[in-house]
Ligand binder design. Structure first.
Ligand SMILES: Nc1ncnc2c1ncn2[C@@H]1O[C@H](COP(=O)(O)OP(=O)(O)O)[C@@H](O)[C@H]1O
Ligand SMILES: [Mg+2]
Length: 362
């Protein structure tokens, strides 16, 4: 019998998507092909500590298992100890948001010289920042919502026109979205239609980031596409999100039991629209140099049927109701097979990078 590939499954983390990540890890663990892979769970607590395998297994197998303070965790593995896990062949980080999805953890794997699942450093960092993503999408000819980015120093400058609702709405219209450039799960995202809401939204968004985007509101239906692989990526079908009138895909609507949002896979849209959504998703994946995986989110604008990019998620949710695995399931790749392919893509990328020279070859 060939030796099983040893997978370091990292989950948890210190972002607002901590709970989602634990559920994602739980689902990946349940679905992974146990004939091919042996899982070593690595739980990153909400305080940023790396727990040992025994404690990590407790959380992975029972997501409601909670330890209040990291001091209760026996034998906390620190980062240096991660490097001494010789048995790990490949890391699977399913840590959403801050540190897990923004290139930081990816940099750690590069330093540890280990293969890992999902995007590499550059793509993770770029797609975490919604403004950089939009700039690159435009370059690839993919439409984005018109926007203004405001940095903290501009926000603090009383003379700056960027936080003057009258001036901003002259440019973008009165109906706006305000959001931190680097966040996820709709945290700090606000829909505003007047000055008072605008002012409150900016103050809230700046609690999460030093750069805030003010976007024109795009009316239409939200669509999502999953992409998998490196040089010749697979693009899934399209899923659709129906928000109740007057609401958006907020944190509550993403995760609450009494969410008023409905998901539909596959989307009930004409073929030429679905093709456009998928073609845009591929362009965005490639221009941001994604590899491994990403979920590309857009809005089909009602006024002109244009597909407008919303954002790219380098580490999409993997819960049992999450779009990314569901989209591939619908496209004929079951969850277990999807995980195998993701791990393979990570190992292939690593093996290829090993063939590159890092200094002059005399
Ligand atoms: N410009 C916009 N026009 C209309 N709705 C928007 C706009 N920007 C964001 N939204 C709504 O807010 C949600 C979250 O915004 P998004 O940019 O995807 O951030 P996050 O990374 O937090 O998911 C979107 O799914 C959508 O419902
Ligand atoms: Mg989103």
């Amino acid at each position: 019998m060939t030796k099983k590939t040893q997978v370091g499954l990292i989950f948890g983390g210190n972002s607002s998507e901590y709970e989602v990540s634990i559920l994602s890890g739980h689902n990946i663990y349940n679905a992974i092909d146990k004939d091919k892979f042996e899982v070593h769970p690595i739980w990153v607590t909400n305080d940023g500590y790396f727990a040992n395998e025994e404690e990590s297994f407790k959380v992975l197998k029972n997501p409601s298992y909670k330890i209040k303070t990291p001091h209760e965790i026996a034998n906390i593995a620190n980062l240096a100890e991660l490097a001494h896990l010789p048995e790990i062949d490949v890391f699977f980080p399913i840590v959403h948001g801050n540190l897990g999805e923004d290139g930081s953890m990816q940099g750690l794997f590069r330093i540890l010289d280990k293969p890992f699942v999902g995007d590499d450093v550059l793509a993770a960092a770029v797609t975490m920042d919604k403004e950089f993503t939009k700039i690159l999408a435009q370059r690839a000819g993919v439409p984005v919502a018109p926007w203004i980015a405001i940095k903290r120093f501009e926000y603090q400058d009383a003379a700056s026109a960027k936080h003057d609702y009258g001036k901003v709405s002259e440019k973008l219209g009165p109906d706006l979205f305000v959001k931190p450039s680097n966040q996820g799960s709709s945290v700090g995202v606000h829909h505003v239609t007047n000055e008072a809401e605008f002012t409150a939204a900016l103050a809230d968004a700046f609690r999460y980031d030093d750069k805030v985007l003010i976007e024109q509101t795009i009316q239409g239906t939200e669509v999502e596409t999953a992409v998998l692989g490196n040089d010749k990526p697979l693009v899934s079908g399209v899923g659709q999100i129906f928000n109740a009138a007057g609401t958006f895909y907020s944190y509550q609507n993403k995760y609450d039991d009494n969410s008023t949002t409905k998901l539909q896979i596959p989307a009930d849209l004409p073929k030429e629209i679905v093709d456009k959504v998928r073609a845009n998703a591929l362009k965005v994946y490639q221009v941001t140099e994604c590899s491994g995986m990403a979920r590309i989110d857009s809005t089909l604008r009602a006024s002109d049927n244009k597909v407008i990019l919303t954002e790219v998620n380098a580490l999409p949710g993997f819960t049992n109701i999450s779009m990314y695995p569901k989209l591939f399931e619908e496209s004929g790749i079951p969850y277990t097979e999807l995980i195998t392919r993701l791990i393979k893509a990570g190992i292939e990328r690593y093996n290829h990078k090993k063939t590159l020279l890092h200094k002059i070859d005399l």
